[in-house]
Design a protein around this ligand. Structure first.
Ligand code: NAD
Ligand code: TYD
Length: 350
């Protein structure tokens, strides 16, 4: 069946990879990228697909319910893949309300339109909500998040994502809206905005700036290459069970400090610097409040039920990522000018 899929947040980091995958893999679908182009949205991310005959762009804020209605009407939207969000934990600590507005109210606006327009025919339409493993809170040294782990969000970001997940589920239970939900671990890859650990540190290593490691650096994250997240979304969108959720992860846990040292060592080679030179930039700084100790995903459900698994090792993914940043210095210069500098001063002032 021909679909007209609304992908929200398609100009952002993960969204741009999802848009690219769907535009190129499914020429029979119309892909409508809806994005407000906040500081994190960048149409440069999609230059290679913007002329594709099945691609459309709508600059719309998901807080604007009327504009969402108009986009559904204009493009005959049959399905939604919802990624638009405020996505950075540190920003959520400075400005929690921005996260409530976009992540909760924006999601409910989309759900309302989907509910009203697809009424009577919910079995033929799907709302795929893209969420995070951070809704589960923090793990100790042992164990993994599964799909049945209780929600226990600790940051304003994860609380707002948890709220949005609950609304998606509630629209399924209350109105029968068809939905699937994915909760993914930390992504990395090309086009990652340099406020998150990996791209921030790549940029700082290039510029020989301090590498601000929060606390003792012993915090642990499970890293997944962004293109593997896009294929997981493709898999669950098409084959996931209705009204169900799937955890997505890389089976790839790293303590921050070990990851940073690995990054430094690869970058030394790439930049023809002496081994150990970039590691000298490591600077321990004050910890993030409410910092979650460890995230680790048990991705066996999506693997066993749907056959998805990551396609690259961490070493391969990091190599691709670092090469991309080194080859795209103009992209990096553009996104780190202007407001980025103000954010940086505020976040890293001691
Ligand atoms: P991002 O910050 O790079 O991109 C977010 C996009 O949403 C941007 O293009 C931005 O312009 C757009 N947007 C923000 N507010 C909007 C609004 N009010 N209306 C319309 N568009 C708006 O985020 P990302 O890292 O690509 O994350 C995408 C999604 O995946 C988010 O929902 C996030 O919670 C989830 N997620 C991210 C990760 C990760 O590691 N980055 C992991 C798991 C899940
Ligand atoms: P981040 O990329 O912000 O993702 P998240 O908080 O969603 O997991 O951070 C990843 C880890 O790196 C997290 O433990 C916080 C830490 N971190 C630093 O030590 N220094 C930094 O400058 C940043 C941005 C993150």
């Amino acid at each position: 069946m021909s679909k007209s899929i609304l992908i929200t947040g398609g100009a952002g980091f993960i969204g741009s990879h999802v848009v690219r995958l769907f535009v190129t893999k499914y020429p029979q679908y119309t892909i409508v990228n809806l994005d407000a182009l906040t500081y994190a949205g960048n149409l440069e991310n999609l230059r290679d697909v913007e002329k594709a005959p099945n691609y459309r762009f709508e600059k719309v804020n998901i807080l604007d319910a009327d504009a969402i209605e108009q986009v559904f009407e204009k493009h005959g939207i049959t399905d939604v893949i919802h990624l638009a969000a405020e996505s950075h934990v540190d920003r959520s600590i400075h400005s929690p309300l921005d996260f409530v507005y976009t992540n909760i109210i924006g999601t409910v606006n989309l759900l309302n339109t989907a509910k009203n327009r697809w009424k009577g025919n919910y079995g033929h339409h799907r709302f795929h909500h893209v969420s995070t493993d951070e809704v589960f809170g923090s793990l100790g040294a042992e164990g993994f998040f599964t799909e049945t782990t209780p929600y226990a969000p600790n940051s304003p970001y994860s609380a707002s994502k948890a709220g949005s997940d609950h609304f998606v589920r509630a629209y399924g239970e209350t109105y029968g809206l068809g939905y699937v939900l994915t909760n993914c671990s930390n992504n990395y890859g090309p086009n990652h905005f340099p406020e998150k650990l990996i791209p921030l540190f790549i940029n700082n290593i290039i510029e020989r700036k301090p590498l601000p490691v929060y606390g003792d650096g012993k915090y642990t994250r499970d890293w997944l290459f962004v293109i593997d997240h896009a294929t997981a979304i493709d898999t669950v969108f098409h084959n996931g069970k209705n009204h169900d959720s799937y955890n997505v992860g890389g089976f790839n846990e790293w303590q921050n400090i070990d990851l940073v040292k690995l990054l430094c060592s690869i970058m030394d080679k790439k930049l023809n610097r002496a081994e150990g030179e970039s590691a000298q930039l490591i600077t321990y700084v004050k910890d993030r409040p409410g910092h979650d100790l460890r995230y680790a995903i048990d991705a066996s459900k999506i693997n066993m039920e749907l056959g998805w698994s990551p396609s690259v090792t961490f070493e391969q993914g990091l190599e691709i990522t670092i090469d991309w940043f080194l080859n795209n210095s103009e992209w990096l210069a553009n996104v780190t000018s202007g407001n980025y500098q103000q954010y940086y001063q505020k976040q890293y002032a001691q």
